[in-house]
Ligand binder design. Structure first.
Ligand code: RI2
Length: 307
């Protein structure tokens, strides 16, 4: 199996997951495609376009994936007239810079995000976000003496990954079932909620792991700050509203054993939409901003205009 096929497969099966990691894995796969034997750069550029389409189709919701792929396709098209050796060098350089920039962004968000955690706070998080984990570890390193509550994040239990990583790091960690969030906010004295993102729309709506919007509503009702941690690669110039985003629906076998309840249908959406009005702030590598500033970030950093 080629690196490309392996990557597409791993993303589909969620062996590689997390909005940032699927973007980085896709760019690494495209870098490999650019190294393939070929008569001309134009032929390589076509291979990159085809590979990009396959990667984009592997999971539909997180915008970091098409944003990353489109960037490499753009660099590839720009250099398709150059001799193959030079073309390969340009694509490789862009891919390596992209990956490096994302790693730096993650590090920066950790530093910025840790500042908003006060001493002795209890933070609730959902699913498994490398970006959130980075913030929590940084805050712990700074001696903030924090505690973390993780939802298990049915049906795939990514919350257990978060709980494992944080507890092994030394952070006191508690796991709860997803439906305990409302009660746990009071009983476990949650100070803040911090979640990751799969997509931030131009209007500031958040698309994230299924269950996120219920948590935001609970936080709103109990006056608990709801914070999103995300690299700018997850901002979507293509989507104005969260309601317009395609939400990935996954196999019912993730929820119950196939054949167990033969007459019952399973609806298994992987993500949901949290409206901007329930989000207090978004932490990015450029700093902390209200969700309403998403459009400004797209405009200033990526030159995007409403048409
Ligand atoms: P990082 C995950 O989706 C979760 O929804 C998480 O909040 C988001 O990606 C961002 O993850 P999935 O791939 O990029 O588990 O912060 O479906 O790691």
């Amino acid at each position: 199996m080629s690196t490309l096929e392996q990557t597409v497969n791993d993303i589909k099966k969620m062996k590689v997951r997390g909005a940032l990691d699927i973007a980085i894995a896709s760019v690494a796969a495209l870098k490999q495609v650019a190294q393939e034997d070929s008569k001309s750069s134009a032929e390589l550029a076509k291979k990159i376009r085809d590979a990009g389409r396959k990667l984009k189709n592997s999971r539909p919701t997180a915008v970091s994936l098409p944003n990353a792929v489109d960037y490499i396709v753009y660099v590839s098209e720009k250099n398709r007239q150059k001799p193959p050796a030079e073309y390969r060098e340009k694509v490789t350089e862009a891919a390596e810079k992209f990956i490096n920039d994302q790693e730096k962004a993650l590090e920066k968000i950790g530093t910025i995000g840790a500042k908003i955690i006060a001493k002795d706070e209890t933070i609730l998080t959902h699913c498994n976000s490398d970006t959130v984990v980075q913030i929590l570890k940084k805050a712990y390193d700074q001696g903030k003496n924090l505690k973390v509550v993780c939802t298990e994040s049915r049906p795939r239990y990514q919350g257990l990954l978060t709980a494992k990583e944080l507890s092994e790091y030394g952070i006191p960690t508690t796991i709860i079932v997803d439906s305990a969030v409302h009660l746990a906010m009071k009983k476990l004295r949650i100070d803040k909620v911090i979640v990751g993102a799969d997509t931030i729309c131009a209007n500031g709506d958040l698309v994230n792991k299924i269950g996120t919007s219920q948590i935001a509503l609970c936080a709103h009702e109990q006056d608990i700050e709801f914070i999103v941690a995300t690299e700018s690669i997850k901002f979507s110039p293509q989507s104005l509203l969260g309601s317009a985003i395609e939400i990935e629906e996954r196999s019912g076998s993730e929820v119950i054993k196939p054949g167990r309840l033969r007459k019952v249908k399973v609806f298994n959406p992987a993500f949901d939409v949290t409206e901007a009005e329930y989000i207090n702030m978004i932490v990015t590598e450029y700093g902390i901003m209200p969700p309403q500033a998403a459009y400004n970030l797209l405009k200033e950093k990526f030159g995007w205009e409403l048409k």
